[in-house]
Each structure stands twice: as C-alpha cells, then as structure tokens.
Design a protein around this ligand. Structure first.
Ligand code: CO8
Length: 260
C-alpha cells in the first residue's frame, strides 16, 4: 500500500516508520491515522520485521498533535469518532507482539505524545518538548493520554501536565519516567534503532509474550498477573525457540530463533 504521510524503511529486522507531514509538524489527521493503522498492521504481519521505531520527519517535531485545522470543524459525533480512531492505533500498538519504540525528535504534543505513550518505550532528543496542550484549545486528551500518562507517571504528575497544558523538557520527562533516555539529536535515531536491533536478534516469541504479560498484567490484580505470566511462560515451553535458545546456551553457540 502507498502512503501519503508515512515513510517505511526496513533493515536488519527493524522497521523505521517516519510520520511524514512536516509542513504541519507531522500533525495527525484522519488520513494519517488510517495510514498508521494499516502500516502497523502490515508490519505486525511481516515476518521480516522484529521491532519498529516510530519517529517524525524533520528536525522540529515528532508529532505536534492531532490536526487542529481538521478538528476545528468537527461535530460532537465526529470528535468522538476521531478519538476512537486514534485510540484504535494506540491500543493496536499495545497489542502488537512486535515491540515499538518511539524516537521523539522534537515536539511531542497532544496526540503526538499520546502516540509516543502508545509505544513500548520512548527515547527523546535533548531539545524535545512534551506536553498536553489540549486544555488550551478547550478540549482534553482523547487518544488514550489520560489513561496512559497517569498509569505511567502517577495521578499527580499526570494531573499537573494535563490540567496546566504546560510542556516539559526532555530532561524533566526523563526524571518523571516518561522517557527512558535523552540523546543528542544526531544520536537519537541510531540509539532507537540499536535497541530495536538488539530486540530483533533475540527470540521474538519471548519478547512478544513478555509484552503481553506486562500490558495485560497492568490491568489485573497482582495474583492474576502472576497466574497469567505463568501460563504464558508455560506456552513458551511448547516452542522451537525455547528448545533452540537453551540448546544454544548449552552448546555454547549463538541461537538461531525461528519465531515458532
Ligand atoms: N495541527 C495542525 N497544524 C499544526 C499543528 C497541529 N496540531 N501543529 C502545528 N501545525 C502547523 C501550523 O499551523 C503551521 O502551519 P502553517 O505554516 O500552514 O501556518 C505549521 O504547522 C508550523 O507550525 P508553527 O508555525 O506554529 O510553528 P512554531 O515553531 O511557531 O510553533 C508549536 C510550534 C509550538 C508546536 C505550534 O505549532 C503549536 O502550538 N502547535 C499546536 C500544538 C497543539 O496544541 N497540539 C495539540 C493538539 S490537540 C490534540 O492533539 C488532541 C489529541 C486528542 C484528540 C481527540 C479527538 C477529538
């Protein structure tokens, strides 16, 4: 499928997906959200892809939010549909077995920060600014931001960011646990691809099941989460990857995982 607003490059098991609408600071309009959904679905089905990095085109922005020009004319019904459309993308990323890393290379605002929070973890460049300015537009986050941010950094800090609409620096986002690492801008994509490459070289089944256990376990009691983890752990013992990974260790050689 051809995309008008996305670039996809696949190399050594890692897909780099670039949101490519720099004239609007990569703002997410309906077309772009549809393309994101299709692209992520395609990457999840592609056995050559073992990890995904999402970044923004240009030097200024990762994604500066949902498209305000498009939202300005929406009815209540359309606003609701638009929120559900964005949420579908965020939820799909959580459910994908393939890990997704956000490389936040500039402004990550509103729906842009929600996109980053929908990824499995985030690296940011030193000059990046992150925030939820929705309240300054008379709305609120609608692509999962209230849920994902509060679960990630706790209610108080999420409340402060969302109620004030103030942006935080990459360093503050690091201190608050929103991003895992702050990199020099010229090193950001390399760092994200390097981590994605490390993930791509290990057993994807183990990674996928671990992702499933963490994402679903967060919505369970600890005891249910433990039970769920044990079930998935058991399933892995029915796979060739488990046999291969352990045999390779015993035989002191590199494992050749097949993802089955
Ligand atoms: N939507 C549409 N266009 C945008 C957006 C956006 N979010 N952000 C930037 N642009 C456009 C600008 O309009 C401008 O276009 P043009 O050149 O045609 O006028 C171009 O990008 C460049 O932007 P600026 O000239 O404004 O660049 P500056 O460097 O002066 O400022 C900022 C950069 C600070 C990032 C500024 O562009 C800005 O404040 N952007 C808006 C940020 C924002 O408020 N984002 C949140 C949007 S709301 C949202 O994301 C809700 C998500 C949930 C939706 C729920 C469903 C209903």
């Amino acid at each position: 499928m051809e995309f008008n607003n996305l670039l996809i490059e696949i190399s050594d098991g890692v897909a780099t997906l670039t949101v490519n609408r720099p004239q609007a600071l990569n703002a997410l309009n309906s077309e772009l959200l549809t393309e994101l959904e299709c692209a992520l679905y395609g990457l999840e089905q592609d056995s050559a892809v073992k990890a995904v990095v999402i970044t923004g085109a240009g030097e200024k922005a990762f994604v500066a939010g949902a498209d305000i020009r498009e939202m300005a004319a929406m009815t209540s019904f359309e606003g609701h549909r638009f929120a559900l459309k964005g949420q579908r993308v965020m939820l799909f990323m959580e459910k994908m077995r393939t890990p997704v890393i956000a490389a936040v290379n500039g402004f990550a605002l509103g729906g842009g920060l929600e996109l980053a929070l929908g990824c499995d973890f985030i690296y940011a460049s030193a000059g990046a600014r992150l925030g939820f300015p929705e309240v300054t537009l008379g709305i609120m986050p609608g692509f999962g931001g209230t849920q994902n941010l509060s679960r990630l950094i706790g209610k108080s800090r999420a409340n402060e960011m969302i109620f004030t609409g103030r942006l935080v620096t990459a360093e503050k986002a690091l201190a608050w646990g929103i991003v895992n690492e702050v990199c020099a801008p010229e090193e950001l994509l390399g760092k994200a691809r390097e981590s994605a490459g490390t993930i791509a070289r290990v057993g994807l089944l183990g990674v996928g099941y671990a992702k499933d256990a963490i994402a679903n376990g967060l919505n369970m009691t600890k005891e249910d989460g433990f039970r769920y983890e044990a079930s998935l752990f058991g399933v892995l013992f029915a796979t060739e990857d488990q046999r291969e990974g352990m045999a390779a260790f015993v035989e002191k050689r590199k494992a050749e995982f097949q993802g089955k």
